[in-house]
Design a protein around this ligand. Structure first.
Ligand code: AMP
Length: 279
């Protein structure tokens, strides 16, 4: 099954109470691709400069890792990137528009020849504030919106997440997946609500990329399942949480480099145990 992603491939500077790195490979599309690659082949569309003078982002986390401030966002080569999809990417059935300028996300989607089985989109405050109209236009063509709770509230102007979902459905997407950090993730669609917890970890080190790894696990699983039944979407939520939880165990992409498929499946079984109960 073909999974296409467009988004940032970046140099990141990261700082958390557990350490600091100056320039490490990051970017939403990078995290997404690595996470999804455990389930399926991934086609990545992004840009890096000749000298890898790519997108640069710097962020710093608070003591409890729950808050993050952005210290720098430099678009560099992304500022005038005009993506042109290779012929064989145009028939992609699963498309993920990772966090990047909504205009670019739309450009890519328009080049996909047949309406994909699932087109999902992530975004963030940076784009909600600066390019709201482009974002609204792009959202009209998307099935799943996958953002965090703060972004959900910002985009919908609703504090309550269920009310926010109803508002967002009017913008285009029929499914909303809200990433809630250490509180897990929630999926809302016409069938109802499904929640997964975050995997309890004693020592998370760096939350960077957790949301993108969640999306990678989610879309990677769906592409490998080949359908969007309620059961598949629920399992996708669990595999998303599994990949997000591995990501935060170490800095940047470090943990994913050594991750094995059997560890992923073992943690998914652990999730089932975590949430199982009888009435
Ligand atoms: P997350 O922690 O899931 O929000 O993702 C962090 C990644 O997103 C980092 O590797 C950054 O390079 C990338 N990123 C941060 N800000 C932006 C932005 N405005 N556009 C695209 N990618 C971004």
């Amino acid at each position: 099954m073909s999974l296409l992603v467009v988004g940032s491939v970046a140099f990141d500077a990261l700082e958390s109470p557990y350490g600091k790195v100056d320039r490490t490979l990051g970017g939403a599309a990078t995290y997404f691709s690595v996470a999804a690659s455990f389930f399926t082949h991934v086609n990545l569309v992004a840009v890096v400069g000749d000298d890898f003078k790519s997108f640069f982002w710097a962020g710093k986390y608070s003591e409890n890792l729950n808050e993050r401030i952005t210290l720098a966002t430099e678009l560099n080569v992304f500022a005038d990137f005009k993506p042109r999809l290779p012929e064989k990417y145009r028939a992609s059935k699963y498309v993920f528009l990772a966090n990047i300028a909504p205009g670019l996300q739309h450009d890519v989607l328009k080049q996909v020849t047949k309406r994909p089985k699932i087109a999902a989109l992530d975004t963030m405050n940076y784009w909600i504030e600066r390019t709201n109209e482009d974002l609204r236009e792009t959202l009209r063509h998307v099935d799943i919106l996958m953002i965090n709770d703060i972004e959900t509230r910002q985009l919908s102007n609703e504090h309550n997440l269920l009310r926010a979902a109803r508002h967002i459905f009017k913008m285009g997407p029929s499914t909303l997946v809200v990433k809630r950090g250490e509180y897990g993730a929630m999926m809302v669609d016409a069938r109802g609500v499904f929640c997964v917890p975050a995997f309890p970890l004693e020592e998370p080190h760096d939350p960077t990329g957790a949301g993108d790894c969640f999306a990678g696990g989610f879309m990677g699983y769906l592409a490998s399942a080949g359908n969007k039944s309620d059961g598949s979407l629920r399992r996708a939520m669990v595999y998303g949480s599994v990949l997000g939880s591995f990501c935060v165990e170490k800095f940047g992409l470090e943990r994913l480099r050594t991750l094995k498929r059997n560890e992923i499946h073992a943690r998914a079984r652990h999730f089932a145990k975590l949430t199982q109960f009888k009435l």
